[in-house]
Design a protein around this ligand. Structure first.
Ligand SMILES: COc1ccc(C(=O)/C=C\Nc2cc(OC)c(C(=O)O)cc2Cl)cc1
Length: 290
């Protein structure tokens, strides 16, 4: 891994790092160009120190196994979870191409296929998507999430910024908050983005079910694609959680949403995870199949 060249750009093996294209609590994503295959990639840059503080890529605290032996090395957990990422292969889930890791450095580089269209929508916006366009993106995201659930993985941070557009289809990105559904270790419920977080993720953690929480977040994401904003807003995270928990779903009065779409959103944004729409019900819903 050669350091910054004299002319000021960073070269990592065959990748030349270019401008930042994504930013989040996880770190930063930069555009990268590979001379080897004359192709651009999305390079996610993580800090091992930061990951260790968050106990692994997916923010899980290891189970305190009683008995002898050294405490589990949180970085080992990161590498094991990257191995999971590498095995995922679905047209609607971002593809991890390779991992660049210099043991002597703090940075960890995840190289992903570049989805040149970027996020499906940036909210808030005055120009939301039409129901037909939103339906196409929604179907793609649904298939990607269904695949993750089938692999016993809950994404836990579904939102428009993590639905990326490439080759005319949507791929689900950022498994950084996900957790194996039967995974070891306690899942910290407070991951994800507040406006998209399921009510049970903070209120009744005992009823927290990864799949149902993903359905909620996908419902908020569909609402955002269609209306250009999120259903509940507040000045603080605490107020927001209270509103998500107590305020009924409302649609923008001036916007004409189709009746099937309103019914689907109401089913996905059911505050009770037990009665909330399931993946199967959504796949068969009249708005999705129309
Ligand atoms: C305007 O054009 C643009 C083209 C591509 C982008 C873009 O790619 C952004 C983020 N990308 C990613 C983020 C991820 O996590 C947070 C993960 C992951 O960890 O799975 C993977 C990817 Cl690729 C942005 C703008």
């Amino acid at each position: 891994v050669s350091l910054a060249q004299a002319s000021g750009y960073v070269q990592l093996n065959q990748y030349r790092l270019l401008e930042p294209i994504g930013q989040g609590s996880y770190g930063i994503v930069k555009l990268a160009y590979s001379e080897e295959d004359d192709t651009h990639y999305a390079m996610k840059i993580l800090s091992k120190r930061k990951l260790m503080r968050r106990a692994g890529l997916f923010g899980r605290t290891p189970p305190r196994r009683p008995g002898p032996g050294p405490p589990p090395d949180p970085l080992q957990r990161v590498y094991r979870e990257i191995a999971v990422l590498k095995k995922l292969d679905h047209p609607n889930v971002v593809k991890l191409v390779e991992v660049l890791d210099d043991p002597a450095e703090d940075q960890l580089y995840l190289v992903f296929q570049l989805l040149e269209g970027g996020p499906v929508i940036d909210i808030p916006t005055e120009n939301p998507l039409s129901e037909d366009v939103a339906r196409k993106y929604f179907r793609d995201a649904l298939l990607g999430i269904e695949y993750l659930h089938f692999q016993r993985i809950a994404h836990r941070d579904i939102k428009p910024a993590n639905l990326l557009l490439g080759e005319g289809r949507v791929q689900v990105a950022d498994l950084g908050a996900c957790g194996e559904l039967a995974g070891a270790g306690r899942l910290s419920g407070a991951v994800g983005t507040p406006a998209f977080r399921a009510p049970e993720a903070v209120a009744s953690a005992d009823k927290y079910i990864g799949e149902a929480a993903d359905i909620w977040s996908l419902g908020v994401t569909l609402y955002a694609m269609i209306t250009g904003r999120v259903p509940w807003v507040a000045a603080t995270a605490t107020d927001l959680q209270k509103r998500v928990l107590t305020e009924p779903l409302a649609f923008p009065p001036r916007q004409q949403l189709s009746r099937p779409l309103k019914k689907l959103l109401t089913r996905m944004l059911d505050k009770d995870p037990i009665t909330r729409a399931t993946m199967q019900e959504i796949k068969e819903h009249e708005w999705v199949t129309s």
